[in-house]
Design a protein around this ligand. Structure first.
Ligand code: XUL
Ligand code: CO
Length: 444
């Protein structure tokens, strides 16, 4: 089998903080035990097939720039050799990087045919190919997903399309891709809305489209049980891009949607950092909202840009941002089926193949550093001690009586008539921020 990453002959190793080797981990030490689990078990890293192997740097202003010899422009059967080369490159990369998982869209791994049936057969062939690579390398599938947004047929959405023929096509595509994911032992199956939203109410029946989406997701859940898929179904929130109004705006919107269509406990969320930013939220807010709503599932790790208000999908670089995210994840008990998928892409001038290694090494080190800081903060109760103290009143008689339904609005009114003015205490935000900064500096 020919090698694609010849400038990176050896697997990436952990060399520690003193290393000057740019092709080594400084923080990510897969077997190091942190808070009862290895780093690999905590972080459950995955590489996104689409950004790293199926994208050549094309943007809306110009053609591809990246050195990706395995990408060819053909379709159908004729494109199978290129799809196989792309897959060989991908698994060589997963193995050398040492990630346990990958994620894919159906169209990332398989060429598209001229009919639904032809596409389905091509996908099945590439799933066979993937099974071979997975068995050989031990790389597992974090999640699969169907691309219901690139093909022009989905110009008006998939599940929320005004034409039931498109709903039916999308349902068939998800059926096939869910079964492919099941065959590959996927830990999850993701649905990102793509074009599930709208541009103008002049041509859109919002209430009808929401009901369509509810029915679609219900069918996915029914089929999951039908075929015995034991992974988790995940919905990925995003506020806009591609449509102006996306129905799955943020975690809160998804949670309310799942409650309305009786899908809580069946469908969870895949939270993407840059999508949180676009929704006007902090990443860790979205995680906390998901945990509170019982829908936390998995993470698409990436970063936005401070000044660009679109989905730039950079690799994570901020230890502070990721620490605050990891803190919420650890508080919730960590991932179950979920993990950290690098839904991130290179900048368009990072044209060499080994730039993929530098990007992922930086992202993995950032997350590993953040994990260590979050675990240390929790172990020392450096933040949570203060937080518990702040809510201590809820353990006292008044708090307990309120929580146990022993008070009414009127009884609290009677009480206030004879009670002194409540006291106030400092929220100590700056002090707490300083503690986080100190742990980021000190942790080793
Ligand atoms: C789009 C996005 C997708 C999903 C999978 O912004 O994040 O890559 O993660 O379809
Ligand atoms: Co994503």
């Amino acid at each position: 089998m020919s090698e694609f990453f010849t400038t990176v002959p050896e697997p990436i190793a952990y060399e520690g903080l003193d290393s000057d080797n740019p092709l080594a981990f400084r923080w990510y030490d897969a077997d190091r035990v942190v808070a009862g689990k290895t780093m690999a078990e905590h972080l459950r890293f995955a590489v996104a097939y689409w950004h790293s192997f199926a994208w050549d740097g094309l943007d809306i202003f110009g053609a591809g720039t990246l050195d990706r010899p395995w990408i060819d422009g053909t379709a159908g059967e004729a494109a199978l050799p290129a799809a196989k080369a792309k897959m060989a490159a991908a698994f060589e990369f997963f193995e050398k990087l040492g990630v346990p998982f990958f994620c894919f869209h159906d169209v990332d791994i398989a060429p598209t045919g001229s009919t639904f049936k032809e596409s389905a057969v091509l996908l099945d062939q590439m799933v066979d190919e993937a099974q071979g690579h997975m068995a050989r390398t031990g790389t597992q599938l974090l999640w699969g997903t169907a691309n219901l947004f690139s093909n022009p047929r989905f110009q008006a959405g998939a599940a929320t399309n005004p034409d039931p023929e498109l709903f039916a096509y999308a349902a068939a595509q998800v059926c096939h891709c869910l079964e492919a994911t099941n065959r590959l032992g996927g830990a999850n199956y993701v649905l990102w809305g793509g074009r599930e939203g709208y541009e103008t109410l002049l041509n859109t029946d919002l209430a009808r489209e929401l009901d369509q989406l509810g029915r679609f997701l219900t069918m996915v859940v029914e089929h999951k049980h039908e075929i015995g898929f034991t992974g988790t179904i995940l919905l990925e929130p995003k506020p806009f891009e591609p449509t102006k109004h996306q129905y799955d705006f943020d975690v809160a919107a998804c949670q309310a949607f799942l409650a309305k269509y009786d899908l809580l406990g069946e469908v969870f969320v895949n939270i993407e950092v840059n999508h949180a930013t676009l929704a006007g939220h902090d990443f860790h807010h979205e995680i906390a909202a998901a945990v509170a709503g019982g829908v936390f599932g998995s993470i698409d790790a990436n970063a936005g840009d401070d000044r660009l208000g679109w989905d730039v999908d950079r690799f994570p670089v901020s230890v502070e941002q990721m620490t605050l995210g990891m803190l919420e994840i650890l508080r919730a008990g960590g991932f179950t089926t979920g993990g950290l998928n690098f839904d991130a892409k290179l900048r368009r001038q990072s044209i060499e193949r080994d730039d993929l290694f530098h990007a992922h090494i930086g992202g993995m080190d950032t997350m590993a550093h953040a994990l260590l800081v979050a675990a240390a903060l929790l172990e020392d109760a450096a933040i949570d001690g203060f937080r518990a103290e702040r809510y201590a009143g809820w353990q006292q008689p008044l708090g307990q009586q309120i929580l146990n339904d022993e008070h009414t609005l009127a009884s609290l009114h009677d009480r206030a008539m004879g009670a002194p003015e409540p006291g106030r205490s400092s929220g100590r935000q700056e002090h707490l921020e300083n503690i986080v900064a100190k742990y980021i500096d000190r942790v080793r």
